[in-house]
Design a protein around this ligand. Structure first.
Ligand code: PLP
Length: 221
């Protein structure tokens, strides 16, 4: 057993009681690890490389719900559009446009989360909160339309820090934004925040989806 079954039992138990979805982040880990958790009942898995996701999806049971959790290049959307369950980390309007275009070709509505930049660290990826607010405003007033890309919520990553108050502040900020945008867009139902190191803090701050890798599969080296 290379997946950490006792951690899985503990974490999935904690999350079940709070109605939170566990996305098991299997990037870099082999299909045999995925199947171990699958056999324990896990169905949501997250990957962040397109080619790896496509290969694993072919090799794994087809009732798995695959989440794309990293930065997605527009020219690669077409490879995952036929089967992806949720694209987390939509970080530009251009990408949303491409997702809708590919969804239209397949006549398939593709569910997405907007990635919002909440951490102190500099990153190129993610909307600033004001940009996400503006985009959701435009979608809700139909001044821009993505008929085959449905924005269902937000995703964010807190700073890598031992300062729990700081991390919680960032998560709270995202939760507040989520609640504000949910008023404009009633299709909002998912707030994805929390990873191996900070998922308990994220749960305290209103997360309803966590993305956990190393606690379930061991460190990625
Ligand atoms: C890798 C990754 C995770 C999981 O990280 P762990 O610390 O191993 O739990 C979660 N979210 C994103 C976006 C990731 O890239």
């Amino acid at each position: 057993m290379s997946a950490h079954q006792s951690n899985y039992d503990k974490i999935s138990g904690e999350l079940n009681s709070s109605n939170t979805t566990l996305v098991a982040v299997s990037k870099i880990k082999p299909v045999t690890d995925i199947k171990e958790l699958y056999d324990l009942g896990q169905r949501d898995f997250g990957e962040n490389y397109v080619q790896e996701l496509v290969e694993k999806a072919e090799a794994c049971p087809n009732d798995i719900r695959w989440h794309f959790i990293g930065h997605l290049q527009s020219n690669k959307v077409k490879y995952i559009a036929p089967f992806v369950h949720l694209i987390q980390g939509v970080d530009s309007e251009k990408l949303l446009h491409e997702i809708s275009k590919q969804g239209q070709k397949l006549n398939r509505i593709i569910h997405c989360l907007l990635q919002v930049h909440i951490a102190e660290e500099e990153t190129k990826f993610g909307f600033e909160p004001e940009e996400a607010t503006a985009l959701i405003g435009n979608i809700s007033s139909s001044s821009v339309q993505f008929p085959f890309a449905k924005v269902c919520g937000l995703m964010g990553m807190a700073s890598f820090s031992d300062d729990t108050e700081k991390v919680k502040n960032e998560f709270r900020q995202l939760h507040t934004l989520y609640n504000q945008l949910k008023i404009k867009l009633p299709s909002f139902n998912t707030l994805s925040m929390g990873m191996s190191g900070d998922y308990k803090l994220a749960l305290e701050c209103g997360s309803n989806m966590v993305r956990i890798g190393s606690l379930l599969f061991g460190a990625r080296i």
